[in-house]
Every structure is written in C-alpha cells, then in structure tokens.
Design a protein around this ligand. Sequence first.
Ligand SMILES: C[S@@+](CC[C@H](N)C(=O)[O-])C[C@H]1O[C@@H](n2cnc3c(N)ncnc32)[C@H](O)[C@@H]1O
Length: 322
Amino acid sequence: HYLDLSAASRAIAEERARARRLTNIEFHTGSLLDAGDQGAFDYIDCCGVLHHLPDPSAGFRALAGALKPDGGMGLMVYGELGRTGVYHAQEMLRMVAGDGPNAERVGMARKLVESLPATNWLRRNQAIGDYKREDAALFDLLLHSRDRAYRVPELTAELDQAGLRPVAFIEPALYDPDTFVRDPELRRRLASLSWLDRCAFAELLSGNLRKHTVYCVAAARVADTVAKPTDKAAPVLKDIEGPVLAGAIGPDGSIKVSGDGMEMGIRLPPMAPAILRQVDGKRTIGEIRAAIGAGEEDFRRQFAALYNALNGMNLMLLRYPG
Ligand SMILES: C[S@@+](CC[C@H](N)C(=O)[O-])C[C@H]1O[C@@H](n2cnc3c(N)ncnc32)[C@H](O)[C@@H]1O
C-alpha cells in the first residue's frame, strides 16, 4: 500500500512504479492519520513526512496503531544539529519573503543565501549544500510551510508516547561514540551509558546528523529483532559489488566513506578482501567460509568485524534465504 495526501506526489510514485514494472502496489490518496483504515501492516515505511505534520505526535501514534503487534517500522525525520542555520534562514525569510508568489520567494531566498556572511550558521553548515544549486531543494529547505527537527531524545520520546521503541538507527556507526572517541578513559565512561544515551552523545559529538532514520517495533515486543550474522544469513552489499569493494580497500586495510560533510576511513579485518570477493547477495555466511577454507574461529571473528564496520555505515545488510 502507498499512502500520501498529495495527488502530485502520488503521480510521481505511480510513474516510478511503472518504470520498475511494480504491479502489486495499491495507491491511496489520504492522510497517514487514517493509516489504520487500510488494515494492519507488517512493515510501515514513512520517510520525511512526520516532521511536516501540525501534530507530529498524533502521526507517530496513528502509524503505531496501523502496525501489527509483531510488525516493524522505518521512519525518517529531520535531525536538529545537522540542520543548524536552516531555521535561522527560515525565520529571516518569513520576515522578508512572506507570502508572495513562489517564484518571488525563491528569488528572495537566493538573494538571502548569496548575502550570508561567513559567520552565518547556514553558510558554515557543511552537512547541507544542495540548496545552493537546485531551486526545489532551496524551497524545501528554506521556504517549507512547516517542518521541525529532532534530537535523539526527542525522537525517542515521540516513539515512546506512541508505544514504540527504537531498535536501530541508520547509519549505526554514526550513533556510536566509539566511532569518534579514541581516548580510553572517555570510552570507559561512555561504556556505562545506555544505548540510547550513547546515540544521543554521538549526535552531539559529530553535530552533523541532518536526519534520523530509525527502525522501531512495538514497545511491548521483547524479542531482539535486529538481524545477526549467523551461518544461514546471506550478506548483501548495498549499491556496490563485493569484488569492487574488495578492490577499494587501501594498503592500510581501510576504505574511505563520506557523508554529511564528513570523511572517514573505516578499517577492515585482513580477511575482508577474500570475504568480499565471495559476497553476491546469495551465498550465506556458512558457504562463504567454506569457499574461503578459513578456520571457523578466525573466520567468525573477522566476519563479525567486517560486518560491524560495513553495517555500521549501512553498506552491508543481511538476508535470510528461504
Ligand atoms: C518530503 S515528501 C516525502 C515523500 C516520500 N515519502 C519520499 O520519501 O519520497 C513529504 C510528503 O508528505 C506528504 N504528507 C504531508 N502530510 C501528510 C499526511 N498527513 N498524510 C500523508 N502524507 C502527507 C506530502 O504530500 C509529501 O508528499
């Protein structure tokens, strides 16, 4: 099922479905506040919508109410720190580009962007840049009629009031302070914090998360729902072939990743090239070990390290065949 208030958005989604020959989607035009009317869902994905609602909390509750008891949900809402400067510019534009025609407001927004002094927070914000080139991005960022942004504790409070709990943030490594902190004493203190407090800490530390993608389940659900790299799981690489990624590993054993104005090297274990050459989205972890002929203990340790590093940047996922 597809649900959106706007007929224009639906037309784009229908066109995309046609281009991909997807024929099993039921399209609905309506509010997610009525999502429960379409039935109870195994999985709900709601990307970039809740932060636009007049009452986002009601939106979180409506989606939670449309989920099966053992269902899962993936949500994306704006992150506050990575959008530093955006709300300053929105405020300025409300003062000088009030409610004229959109073309005129875009023109004023462009003039404002070109007038930002070097000290302005939007100009200093390296996590956001596409508004400098595209009018649609400029409008969405600076002239949207309503949006708000969340820090991790505010987002988890929203989930909590809706009877949901987060199980993973994407990318996991960006919500892990150990990705950035090397000092052993700081790390030791951080180790005593809860997972969510560590996520909140990591957000404050990097300061560049401009959105939060969170997976959640019903708060009452006690089972651990996050996939684990067991022998029967097949690793799947996102947007890159295994051998290509193997070839991108530098002489120091690390690969470079970048996002939201930050460049990072992630170190991979010595067995990474051999493993990655076997990853085709179908072969299971057990089959990959057999193909490489590695000792069980050593392989398990190195695969776990590889998976943690790549899954941490949302590059490797798991599929359970059958
Ligand atoms: C930024 S777009 C995201 C579209 C799509 N989810 C995606 O990721 O490409 C926000 C969408 O939210 C829709 N929207 C806003 N309020 C809504 C509501 N109460 N119920 C359903 N859709 C809504 C808008 O029509 C718009 O298409």
